[in-house]
Write a new protein. Structure first.
Length: 275
């Protein structure tokens, strides 16, 4: 088999081809997916990406899905996991009504506002979401775990992973130092020519284009339309533990060994490349 996990972060399986811009271990290929998928045409049986698509601007998202289509063999499967806009909006409206009726629901309402907006508007890494998650004690920790599952647990209670990231090569270290020097010079020149506000604007712009913020959100209707626009057929919503990919649950990419969903706030959808 040739299965590919794009934008894998720290959750990947050694039997897959794992690709991320910042590799979290020796089984991960370092590559910026905005430059395309570094695989040949018609070479993969399955392509998977989780919480990647929403970080791409809309024209980039369509091009990215077309590249997924390119690398898949005819009959190959694409599996996408994204934040579920429909469910977020539904829970937000539920918590808004509850907060209007009772102050006891205010903490859940505040979380849903952050979940809906923060990652789209934040101007620094982590945003208000991280600031809320590291507070102790959390008044509604159970509700937050229900919404974002293991991902939230890892933010609230960080763990040390046994697999360390590979050491940067001397060439990459030199490139990083040169980029840091150039960045400092750009800020100095901006401040001299345009003032402090221009430096602040440049910092915000650089952060917002770096890949952390959400550029768009999808529900089951808009995601299905986008997949078909990229050439895929038969888009179908799936459960976290269900897939057309053989032995899906054994890879523990969307679920843990005990069956718990890693990102419960997700919409899971699969589509196929026509034969």
């Amino acid at each position: 088999m040739r299965y590919v996990n794009l934008g894998c972060g720290s959750r990947y399986h050694a039997r897959w081809i794992n690709i991320d811009i910042v590799p979290a271990g020796p089984d991960v290929i370092a590559h910026d997916l905005r430059q395309g998928i570094p695989l040949p045409d018609n070479s993969c049986e399955a392509v998977y990406h989780s919480h990647v698509l929403e970080h791409l601007r809309r024209p980039e998202a369509l091009q990215f899905l077309r590249d997924c289509y390119r690398v898949l063999k005819p009959g190959g499967i694409l599996r996408v996991a994204i934040p579920d806009l429909e469910r977020i909006c539904s829970v937000y409206l539920e918590k808004l009504k509850a907060a209007l009726d009772s102050d006891s629901a205010a903490a859940d309402y505040d979380w849903m506002m952050i979940e809906l907006y923060d990652q789209a508007v934040r101007e620094h890494s982590g945003g208000e979401m991280r600031e809320l998650l590291i507070r102790q004690p959390l008044p509604n920790e159970a509700f937050i775990y229900e919404r974002i599952g293991e991902e939230g647990r890892e933010i609230i209670h960080p763990v040390n992973h046994a697999t360390a990231a590979p050491r940067a090569s001397p060439l990459n270290s030199l490139r990083f130092r040169l980029e840091s020097i150039m960045d400092r010079w750009v800020k100095v020149m901006l401040r001299l020519m345009r003032g402090r506000q221009a430096v602040h604007a440049q910092e915000i712009g650089a952060f917002r284009l770096a890949g952390e913020v959400h550029q768009w959100m999808y529900d089951r209707y808009s995601l299905a339309r986008l997949l078909m626009a990229a050439g895929f057929q038969q888009p179908q919503q799936q459960a976290a533990s269900e897939s057309q990919i053989d032995n899906w649950s054994s890879f523990n990419l969307d679920t843990l060994p005990d069956g718990a969903i890693i990102k419960p706030d997700s919409l899971f959808m699969e589509a196929t490349k026509p034969i």
